[in-house]
Design a protein around this ligand. Sequence first.
Ligand SMILES: *Cc1c(COP(=O)(O)O)cnc(C)c1O
Length: 252
Amino acid sequence: MGAGSLGGVSRREEIAANLTAVRERIDRACEAAGRSPEVISLIVITKFHPVEDIAHLVDLGVTDIGENRDQEAGAKMAELDPAVRSQLTMHFVGQLQTNKAKSVVAYADCVQSVDRPKLAGALDRAVAARAGDAGGEASLDVLLQVDLGEGEDAGRGGIPPAELTHLAETVAGTHRLRLRGLMAVAPLGLDEEGTAAAFARLADLAQEVRTTHPEATILSAGMSGDLELAVAAGATHLRVGTAILGSRPDRR
Ligand SMILES: *Cc1c(COP(=O)(O)O)cnc(C)c1O
C-alpha cells in the first residue's frame, strides 16, 4: 500500500492495519515473556508524518505519541484540534538543546531524553516559569536517557551509565521535574543477542535507580525492529514509528 497516496480513508485503513499488526506483536511478545499486555504502553512516534496521521491515531485508540524535534513537534501540537490534543499524552524523545527547554515544556507531557544535569536545570526553570505564568504547581515527567553504547559512539545519545546516579540525584533535587524512569535506544549494529544484552543492562540500571527513586517505574525501550526484545527485558513503554506509519523521508 502506498503511504498516503490513496487519500484519507485509505491512509486511515493502512494505519489501522499496521496498528493491529503491532499490537499483535506486542501481545505475542508478552505471552512469550509471561507478562500482561496491559502493563505495556505503546507510544507512536509520529516524526516526519503529518498532523492528519495523529488524528487518525487518536481515532484508532492511540493515547500516546512521540516526536524528536522541537520545531516540528511544537508546530504539530499547535495545529492539532484541541479536542484531539486533550486526549493525548505527548512524549518528547529527541536530543534537546538547553535553549529549547522553554519551547518543549509548552507542549510536552513527558521529556524522555534528559541526558545531562544542565538540561535538567533548564527544564526545571522552564516549568517554573510556565507555572508562574499560570499561578500553579505544574510539574513535568521526565525519563533519563541512557547511552548503552559501551563507550563506542553509536550516535544515539544518552548519559553514560557511570554518570546515571548523579543525574538521577540532580533531577530528583529539582522542584518541578518528576523522575519517572529510564529510556534508551539500542546501539546500532548489534545482532539480536547484543540488543537483548543491552536491554538487560538497561533493566538492571533501572532497578538500581528504583532502589533510591521508587517512583521511577518507566522503562522506555523498543522500537519497530526490536520491540519483542524490549518486552522480554521488561520494557513498560515502546516507541514505535515505522511499523505503524511507514517509512519516513530522510530529512537529515
Ligand atoms: C524515531 C524514533 C523511534 C521510532 O523508531 P522506529 O524504528 O521508526 O520505530 C523511537 N525512539 C526514538 C528516540 C526515535 O527517535
